[in-house]
Design a protein around this ligand. Structure first.
Ligand code: 6GU
Length: 239
């Protein structure tokens, strides 16, 4: 999978070179590239924002650098492209936004199946609306939010999304079974885990886990998942 991230703070993404995703990058499973939006400016101050038409607080990201970024990272629209390169997949162009659809494990699974993702990180009060229209001619545009709270910009949201998506790419997580048993994969929260010692500071591991009865252990874990989900996230049970 190819992922391009465009940001005015590319060093935010240094962390993606560590750990699991770093290994996926090194092995070639994940072709992850981070770009500085200011590389597509041409004035000596490398300006990416300006005051909003119609007035109001804050600054708006200018369309020109975004247009050049999209030109560099995508092929021209399908009509023009027909004769040139029929093998290239249409990219999915994601703009993190608190005004977007909410990102879930289902979103991560959907996006992990795609060949090329482009993340455009906005800052200030947003990006000139025409950028979204231009992007829609060059890929499938998605506005995606992490949840109902406000961050200063899209960078932290994109870090979270890339990690959630990246670990679903076949070969990125060493043991595929560890993907199946996680919170949200089956719509329930994860069951509690324990390791040695069996007694720690007067606290015991639930004895059933030491019983060797695999059927009973599976049933207990399922009960724990249901109980936790009912307590903490009743919304997941449709209630
Ligand atoms: Cl994707 N962006 C920003 N700026 N704030 C957010 C968000 C995204 N998701 C939740 N809050």
């Amino acid at each position: 999978m190819r992922i391009d991230v465009v940001s005015i703070f590319p060093s935010y993404f240094d962390g993606l070179t560590l750990s699991l995703l770093g290994k996926a990058r090194d092995s070639g499973i994940l072709d992850l590239n981070v770009h500085d939006l200011r590389d597509w400016t041409h004035d000596r101050h490398r300006t990416v924002d300006d005051t909003p038409y119609g007035g109001g607080a804050g600054m708006v990201m200018k369309p020109e650098p975004w247009g050049e970024a999209l030109d560099a990272l995508t092929s021209p629209p399908v009509v023009e492209r027909a004769q040139r390169d029929e093998t290239q997949a249409t990219p999915t162009i994601i703009f993190p936004s608190p005004a977007g659809e909410v990102f879930t494990q289902a979103t991560a699974r959907d996006l992990a199946a795609r060949e090329h993702l482009i993340f455009g990180c906005g800052r200030y009060e947003g990006i000139d609306e025409r950028v979204f229209e231009y992007a829609a001619d060059r890929g499938e545009v998605r506005l995606i939010s992490l949840g109902d709270y406000v961050l200063n910009g899209g960078e932290v949201a994109v870090m979270a999304m890339v990690e959630a998506i990246g670990r679903l790419i076949p070969g990125v997580v060493g043991n595929p079974e560890s993907l199946v048993e996680e919170s949200h994969e089956d719509g329930l929260l994860e069951y509690p885990s324990y390791t040695k010692p069996a007694l720690w500071r007067d606290r015991e591991v639930p004895p059933i886990l030491l019983s060797g009865n695999h059927g009973a252990i599976a049933a207990w874990r399922r009960d724990q998942q249901l109980e936790r989900t009912r307590d903490r996230r009743p919304d997941l049970l449709g209630g």
